[in-house]
Design a protein around this ligand. Structure first.
Ligand SMILES: [Zn+2]
Ligand SMILES: [Zn+2]
Length: 282
């Protein structure tokens, strides 16, 4: 069993197709060079990079799972659900994601209006510039603009002082419903994974409800080893995976060589006693 848990699988990262700064090809090369042997690109609400990522992985001799990270509103908060092993051309998930992306542009305009009120002009155009040709404008693109403008020293500083609840530039948004996101992933033949559960600000009862409900609707795994968790949280969510009968996933959530604390593949292995989500794809 140990060989399967020590596989260097990195099943969560972002390319220029959403809010990362590297192309799918650059990510594939970086992942492979860092020792990753099973990889998934999981752009936010977008499948536009999947074909390129798969081709690039294959050329390097690296196993690949098509992936996505879906934004979901649950109990008034945004949570992320990763889908792995999906058919990236399946009509149900393509249509669902198209719906989810709608409204991002309006939201971005409202975020820019708020920033203008605190004396920061041009944020919409600035964020759009960072989003490149890709029309998926996210908070990360606004964060990079605020760093470029010298408003904050880095994006971490931005996410403490701007763009979050109670701070300038925060605009609540209704993302996909949890049941829908899981249904799209299942319809496309994939498995649903709760991304970085340690990041959500729910109380213990709400977390319990989230895990139980997710399991009830066919969710199968949670991220245990992720760039968004502290070493203590590796332990906490390892226990939770066992307690609720979830498979365990591992992924850096890599976005950019300078912004991201953890590089592709540069994470601890999954603990031996957990069953990796990739056991489903062997
Ligand atoms: Zn996420
Ligand atoms: Zn992510």
């Amino acid at each position: 069993m140990s060989s399967i848990s020590t596989l260097n699988a990195d099943l969560h990262c972002h390319s220029v197709v959403s809010d990362g700064t590297l192309t799918p090809e650059e990510l594939a090369e970086r992942a492979y060079a860092n020792g990753v042997r099973l990889w998934a690109l999981t752009d936010h609400d977008e499948l536009g990079g999947q074909a390129r990522a798969k081709v690039a992985a294959k050329a390097l001799g690296m196993d690949y799972l098509s992936g996505v990270e879906i934004s979901v509103t649950w109990m008034g908060q945004t949570i992320h659900i990763v889908g792995l092993g999906i058919d990236a051309e399946h009509a149900v998930i393509l249509e669902g994601l198209r719906h989810t992306r709608e409204g991002r542009s309006n939201r971005a305009q409202m975020m820019a209006d708020q920033l203008l009120k605190v004396g920061i002009p041009g944020a919409y155009e600035g964020a759009l510039h960072f989003a490149g040709n890709h029309q998926l404008i996210s908070r990360t693109h606004f964060a990079r603009f605020l760093v470029e403008q010298g408003v904050c020293r880095d994006t971490e500083h931005v996410f403490k002082n701007y763009l979050i609840e109670g701070k300038p530039g925060y605009v609540p948004h209704q993302w996909a419903k949890l049941d829908d996101a899981v249904a799209w992933i299942k319809a496309a033949g994939g498995v649903a994974v709760i991304a970085h559960p340690g990041r959500y600000k729910f109380n213990a009862m709400q977390m319990d409800e989230l895990f139980k409900h997710f399991k009830h609707i066919g969710g199968v795994a949670i991220e245990v080893i992720t760039g968004s968790h502290s070493p203590d949280q590796y332990k906490t969510y390892g226990k939770i995976a066992q307690q609720y009968g979830f498979l365990a996933s591992r992924g850096s959530d890599f976005h950019d060589p300078h912004e991201s604390h953890i590089d592709l593949g540069a994470l601890p292995h999954l603990p031996d006693h957990l069953t990796p989500v990739w056991s489903l794809f062997q």
